[in-house]
Design a protein. Structure first.
Length: 434
């Protein structure tokens, strides 16, 4: 049964992956057609074609390898300086440029001269190339909101999981009391496991962050604490101690290994699944985007550890880069967890949302052959042409992105090597959630 559920989890994730890819390419397709660019092909996946159908001037299909997708637009690159698109050269770099240019003119038909991608104004080309990643961003936001507002997420609550009998500095690596340790304010006040703190010093405490902040600024004060115990509200009185506690950053997250002197009550907060309102959801998503950007910037620094995890004895860190295979395995593990089905679904949706957010950020890198590279080329062309217009110089014409193809091949080669490394690590030493 466990194996069957694991396989089912992989299948569910694979289906979500295909939908995400198709959704991305739909952004490119719809805007390209909106601006009159001819699109001969819309494909989900790579490799051999499993199914396809022609509708109008476009062939729609699914290919065997679900690791990406594409649409083919005619005239992605302008003609060469000599106006030809089939010129050949013995230079390998020049050959790459001409091969890319020739491929952009495949299936050119009479009347297509005004329907080529490069003939569109730069702002239209920016929209076409941005539309794909943007669709992933829209899907990520929708999925995140579904989980945050519909299912809720695990977080600390104002309920008491346990009461500390004494005051111990959090920087000390111990959990047993010494005879010299004073009693904790929570224990002295009679707080018990299962109590839910309703208010602190007369202020409502509907969430853990509010309660935590109130406790921290109340060092040395005696405050009334209203708790809900078995459906009845009781008022306790506690003199808040001063203790060494974990430091918080500007977003309220704990800073590992750093401590400050602040108010201390002496209890552990219970965790639970809590639905978020729209404002809290937006704040949470903003923080996740920041984390994702930081992770993307840190990718090069994680390569040595990833190599050691794949080919050596190194551990696979929880925040290690993970590819499609690794994510699919996580999907399989989610399906085998002994948790309510609603929480399994929420974890699936969250995994898919994170995948779409990563697709958006990765594709926005200003490097060919990524969408961000074409966007950067269109913006550069716009800057050149507008500058020439202001300075009353001749129009420099379209920016020939094809000349950057040698760089694009190098970038693609690096991405392929990195993808293979991640794939090997995902197989031999995968990230696990259980």
């Amino acid at each position: 049964m466990t194996t069957l559920m694991f396989i089912l989890g992989i299948v569910v994730f694979a289906f979500g992956l295909l939908v995400s890819i198709a959704w991305h390419e739909l952004g490119h397709l719809s805007t390209a057609k909106l601006f009159g660019i001819r699109v001969p092909q819309y494909m989900v996946g790579f490799g051999p074609t499993l199914w396809s159908r022609h509708k109008g001037e476009t062939e729609y299909g699914i290919k065997a390898i679900p690791f990406g997708g594409y649409i083919r637009m005619i005239g992605m690159f302008p003609p060469g300086d000599d106006g030809r698109i089939t010129a050949r050269s013995t230079s390998p770099w020049r050959g790459m440029i001409e091969d890319a240019r020739t491929a952009a003119y495949e299936e050119l038909k009479p009347g297509d001269e005004t329907r080529m991608f490069y003939t569109r104004k730069p702002w239209k080309r920016v929209i076409v190339m941005f539309a794909g990643p943007f669709m992933n961003l829209v899907l990520a936001v929708a999925l995140f909101l579904t989980v945050l507002m519909g299912f809720g997420i695990q977080q600390q609550t104002t309920s008491v999981a346990s009461v500390s009998p004494c005051v111990i500095a959090q920087s000390e690596n111990r959990d047993t009391c010494k005879s010299s340790d004073p009693a904790s304010p929570a224990a002295a006040a009679g707080m018990e496991k299962g109590d839910r703190i309703v208010s602190f010093d007369g202020k409502r405490t509907d969430d853990w962050d509010t309660l935590s902040d109130l406790i921290r600024v109340s060092a040395g004060q005696e405050v009334p604490i209203v708790v809900d115990r078995d459906g009845k509200e009781l008022t306790l009185h506690a003199k808040i101690a001063t203790n060494q506690v974990a430091k918080k950053d500007s977003s309220g997250a704990y800073v590992e290994g750093e401590y400050v002197k602040a108010g201390f009550l002496g209890f552990s907060a219970a965790t639970g699944v809590v639905k978020q309102d729209f404002g809290d959801s937006v704040t949470w998503m903003t923080e996740r985007v920041g984390d994702a950007v930081d992770s993307l910037a840190a990718l090069p620094s994680k390569v040595p550890a990833l190599w050691d995890a794949a080919f050596g004895d190194g551990p696979r860190e929880p925040d290690s880069p993970m590819g499609v295979v690794g994510a699919a395995r996580v999907g399989g593990e989610i399906a085998t967890l002994d948790i309510p089905a609603s929480q399994q679904l929420a974890m699936f949706v969250m995994l898919l949302a994170g995948f779409n957010l990563s697709l958006f950020l990765f594709n926005m890198l200003p490097l060919l052959p990524l969408d961000g590279g074409h966007i950067a080329g269109a913006l550069w062309e716009s800057l050149r042409r507008n500058t020439a217009k202001v300075l009353r110089r001749p129009d420099p014409g379209p920016f020939d992105v094809a000349k950057l193809m040698p760089v694009a091949y190098v970038v693609a080669g690096i991405f392929i090597c990195f993808t293979i490394l991640v794939l090997i690590a995902d197989v031999v030493n995968p990230v696990r959630i259980s």
